[in-house]
Ligand binder design. Structure first.
Ligand code: KIV
Length: 275
């Protein structure tokens, strides 16, 4: 199998596929999506994994944080994405306070995400404090992705979206958390906004793939928020973000030309109406 360029796979991507991709050295591509149309486009482009992130709170709903997102919001977004996808693995975030109270409640909520939305796996933020919960969900047959480093649901504890684990103590804890998540049964771990050297250590430490966002090139895969990489969010420019398009300008230009055509009477013309 090629270890460079786009995946030649045409079969459905599963949690086993991404673990195998780490073993064979094939990088894993992951993007967020929250709706049917966008999910269909990125799936047809060949993306390996689609994350229905609770970043929907920011980019779809306009909240400042991911904290307000509810399970019903996430089930709605995930079901829209699942209906569009033919090939990619679809992972859904469990939102804030749907898995932190008890492991039993977490399992019920993860189950709703699978049964009502059709997700293929769920993602939970945190390390040692959630390992019992992860074990319970995995034991029930639901694949779990972990998420360490900058965990946005804890923004009010952190107080900032700056790079995490720059000091030795936090870095050591993160390494322990990654190992414990692996032992609890996660099939993959997102590493958000940590130094690339620490991401390298985690990636070498665990047998499951690491997916980085602002965590450098040693990770087994990369994830970006779709609206950021397409240039729809003009105001968000962190160092780690590479923009692949300027859709904000393209959409604004198209709408502006439409307005001009309506105002001038140029639209609709003879061919664009019924006789
Ligand atoms: O919610 C989200 O989009 C995420 C990614 C940034 C990893 O968790």
């Amino acid at each position: 199998m090629s270890t460079q360029g786009k995946s030649s796979r045409t079969d459905k991507v599963t949690t086993q596929t991404v673990v195998e991709m780490k073993r064979s050295g094939e990088k894993i591509s992951m993007l967020t999506a929250y709706d049917f149309t966008m999910a269909g486009i990125i799936d047809s482009a060949g993306i390996d994994v689609i994350l229905v992130g609770d970043s929907a709170s920011n980019v779809m709903a306009g909240f400042d944080t991911t904290v307000p997102m509810t399970l019903n919001h996430m089930i709605y977004h995930t079901s829209c994405v699942v209906r569009a996808v033919q090939r990619a693995l679809v992972i859904a975030d469990l939102p804030f306070m749907t898995y932190q109270v008890t492991a039993k409640e977490a399992l019920i909520n993860a189950g709703r995400m699978m049964k009502e939305a059709g997700a293929h796996a769920v993602k939970l933020e945190g390390g040692k404090t959630i390992t019992d919960t992860v074990r319970k969900i995995v034991d029930a047959g639901i694949p779990v992705m972990g998420h360490l480093g900058l965990t946005p649901q804890s923004i009010y504890k952190f107080g900032t979206y700056k790079v995490r684990a720059k000091d030795e103590k936090e870095a050591e804890q993160l390494l322990k958390d990654a190992k414990q998540l692996e032992e609890a049964g996660v099939f993959s771990i997102v590493l958000e906004k940590i130094p690339s050297e620490l991401a390298r250590q985690v990636t070498e430490l665990v047998s499951v793939p690491t997916i980085g966002i602002g965590a450098g090139h040693y990770c087994d895969g990369q994830v970006l928020v779709l609206h950021d990489m397409l240039g729809l969010n003009k105001d968000f420019s962190p160092r780690f973000l590479r923009r692949y398009a300027d859709l904000h300008e393209i959409m604004k230009g198209a709408v502006s030309r439409y307005i001009d055509d309506v105002k001038s009477g140029d639209f609709p013309n003879e061919q664009e109406q019924y006789n």
